[in-house]
Design a protein around this ligand. Structure first.
Ligand SMILES: *Cc1c(COP(=O)(O)O)cnc(C)c1O
Length: 394
């Protein structure tokens, strides 16, 4: 089959709910992916942050192959080794909580919100979330998502949600009441355009929750697992959530989500109250364990910090010659390039030259390289972007 034939296959048999770029990707290795015609593409947005340690990391591949030959799936009627081991590893690297495993970010957030209602109980039911946030596409997760464009056509949504502007402490204080079960936010808004929270905003959420008995839920589906140079982004802010949600980079490319809750809160989920058939399956958990091991053995948190600084500085230098660039923001390898105009055509021109980046919120170029990125590859990427901006006269 050639590219056109694959596209026709999709047109006929796959629901068209994604705007796809006209390329068929058949292979991924580290920071490079290859299309059906054998063209190589430098991937600075691998798997929408799922391939956080690059495509097909050898340690993850090996762990999956080994686990697949032993036990691919076992239901939660029984105990399994990888699930318990991964839970311990996550707990030790965060705040000593207990884990519930599922298969995606939306599901992790659903679990967190259900736990918050179950735990806080009497009279508490409201969720405060932020404008421009992104929490997933299932009904409660999309309701939590503070962007009307994702609600269009799906009304009525789940009751009990209130939205406040991100980093707006006055609005937060005003919205807060004894009816609030939880505040759910991303420490750095990802899909919303790479906007880091202020420490003051996070600390105010923490204090208000502590005073009223509400829970602080941090959605680290995109920021978690080392991308920002710490295991979890909240570790930059000297604040601890009650519940943390993860997915994307957690499984080295496999489908896995997790919610980590403080033990006394986690205790509210007694047998039968919540579940996921595939949740915590041995294959995905073995991949998760290998991912954490690779990050530690290869010192990738440090690499995320140094390469994050390097690429942010390189991108900021582009500002001198390209007036379309307004500013560069982000933490570690989670970077947004704020433009003064639309970015979609820049993304497709870069792809034509063998570089993959992303555009979100129309005017933000989103660059989220894997934690294995090198200075050489960053130089190559920045020079392609420079060339595209020059050619477009931007
Ligand atoms: C991607 C994302 C989600 C949704 O994850 P899915 O696996 O697509 O359900 C939730 N929250 C954040 C912050 C995300 O970036």
């Amino acid at each position: 089959m050639n590219t056109q034939e694959v596209i026709e296959l999709f047109n006929q048999y796959v629901i068209g709910n994604y705007g796809r770029l006209p390329k068929v990707i058949v292979k991924g290795e580290g920071n490079i992916m290859s299309d059906l015609e054998g063209r190589q593409i430098l991937d600075l947005f691998p798997g929408w942050a799922v391939s956080g340690i690059g495509h097909c990391h050898p340690k993850v591949v090996q762990a999956i192959q080994k686990q697949a030959a032993e036990l691919i799936h076992m239901d939660n009627t029984f105990y399994t080794l990888p699930q318990g081991q991964l839970a311990k590893m996550l707990s030790e690297r965060s705040f000593g909580g207990k884990c519930f495993f599922c298969n995606s970010g939306a599901e992790a957030n659903e679990g967190a919100m259900k736990l918050a209602r179950k735990y806080t109980a009497k009279g508490k039911y409201k969720f405060i979330t932020t404008e421009r946030s992104f929490h997933g596409r299932t009904f409660a997760a999309v309701t939590a998502t503070g962007q009307p464009k994702y609600h269009d056509g799906f009304l009525p949504l789940v009751p009990g949600f209130e939205y406040i502007p991100f980093n707006d402490i006055d609005a937060l204080t005003t919205a807060f009441s004894d009816e609030v079960a939880a505040v759910l936010i991303e420490p750095i808004q990802g899909e919303g355009g790479i906007h880091p929270a202020t420490a003051e905003f996070l600390h105010t959420i923490r204090n208000l929750c502590d005073e009223s008995g509400a829970l602080m839920i941090l959605d680290e589906v995109q920021t978690g697992m080392g991308r920002t140079g710490q295991w979890f982004a909240y570790q930059h802010f000297d604040v601890t959530p009650d519940i943390l949600t993860l997915a994307k980079a957690l499984g080295g490319g496999t489908a896995i989500g997790a919610m980590i809750a403080k033990p006394e809160i986690a205790a509210a989920l007694t047998p039968g109250t919540h579940a996921s058939t595939f949740g915590g399956n041995p294959l995905a958990c073995a991949a998760g364990i290998a991912t954490i091991q690779a990050i530690e053995e290869e010192r990738l948190l440090e690499n995320a910090r140094t390469m994050g600084q390097y690429i942010q500085q390189k991108l900021a230098e582009l500002k001198k010659n390209h007036s379309i660039i307004d500013s560069v923001r982000g933490i570690g390898l989670m970077i947004g390039l704020q433009l003064n105009g639309p970015g979609a055509s820049i993304v497709s021109k870069c792809l034509d030259k063998g570089l993959r980046i992303n555009c979100t919120q129309e005017t933000v170029l989103r660059v989220m390289p894997s934690m294995t990125i090198t200075a050489d590859l960053i130089d190559r990427a920045v020079s392609i972007l420079d060339q595209v901006l020059t050619e477009e006269g931007l």
